[in-house]
Design a protein around this ligand. Structure first.
Ligand code: ZN
Length: 290
């Protein structure tokens, strides 16, 4: 099978035909079949539980995972993860409700837990790195003479992002777009010594980008792309996320914005990974197990 072949719903049904297969998978991903007593763990028929053949110790492989204490069949959970892994523009609870035949409340909870299990890598970006900030949410209008501009900005969330060209992206909700905030974002996410920093001409970056090899694109003067001095990648990520959120999710509260962003970041960073995006997502979910 070629690397680019998409993992299909047929593949999913072959790999995970029933709850037992899902439980086996979870156990093997998180535990060893060999018990320290010398015995071997075996699944108890019809239960989400394994037991050692000798000392009778029991392990519930769903413990600490997002599947814990859920009455929803694991096959449906895996199906939701499959749908999520293929939905580059996001997936709504309504859609999961339809596809899985569960209640809206259950669908909403499943999606919430999937998103919350995703976290962004802390490896520093290198090479050509585009940095930019964006404003999300808020339904207030600035008014004719911008009399409500302050309220509009207050109702929006600041998101700061960085993308390594040809590589990964980061996007974080920040309390504001002040120099200090941007500075710590850069410090945490971009390698100073092995990167070329590309920003807009905002003078906020003037001081904090000291020590970075920085190039800026001046939007004001109409020079959008001077050869490779541009921030087109991060800007198209912002517009993709905004368009998707509008189309799929309507309104997202400040409280949940970061986990939605984590979902879009997961998709961006796995964009060339059609055959393995489902297993990458499942892996990310399991590595968040407590
Ligand atoms: Zn044992």
């Amino acid at each position: 099978m070629s690397k680019t072949t998409k993992y299909s719903v047929k593949d999913l049904q072959r790999d995970f035909p029933n709850d037992g297969a899902c439980v086996d998978f979870l156990f093997d991903a998180l535990h060893s079949r060999k018990c320290s007593c010398g015995g071997e763990y075996k699944r108890l028929q019809g239960r989400r539980q394994f037991q050692c053949s000798k000392c009778r110790f029991q392990i519930a492989p769903t413990a600490g995972t997002i599947f814990h204490k859920s009455d929803t069949p694991l096959t449906l959970w895996f199906h939701a993860i499959f749908v999520f892994s293929n939905a580059k523009s996001g997936v709504s609870a309504k859609e999961i409700e339809r596809q899985l035949g569960v209640t809206y409340k259950t669908a909403w909870r499943i999606l919430k837990l999937i998103r919350e299990a995703l976290s962004q890598s802390t490896d520093k970006l290198t090479g050509d790195v585009e940095v930019d900030e964006a404003y999300f949410g808020g339904r207030k209008k600035a008014g004719r003479d911008n009399e409500n501009l302050g309220a509009v900005l207050k109702s929006k969330s600041v998101v700061v992002g960085a993308v390594e060209r040809g590589g990964n992206i980061r996007a974080k909700v920040e309390p504001n777009a002040q120099t200090k905030t941007l500075g710590s974002f850069l410090k945490e996410n971009v390698n100073k010594d092995s990167s070329r920093l590309l920003t807009d001409s905002s003078n906020r970056y003037e001081r904090i980008a000291r020590g970075y090899d920085r190039y800026m694109v001046s939007h004001k003067s109409g020079i959008y792309a001077n050869k490779d001095i541009h921030i087109n990648n991060i800007e198209s990520f912002w517009s993709h996320v905004k368009r998707s959120m509008k189309g799929t999710h309507k309104v997202i509260s400040k409280k949940h914005l970061q986990s939605y962003l984590d979902g879009f970041v997961f998709h961006y960073n796995n964009r060339h990974n059609d055959s393995e995006r489902f297993s990458s997502l499942l892996g990310a979910i399991l590595s968040s197990a407590k």
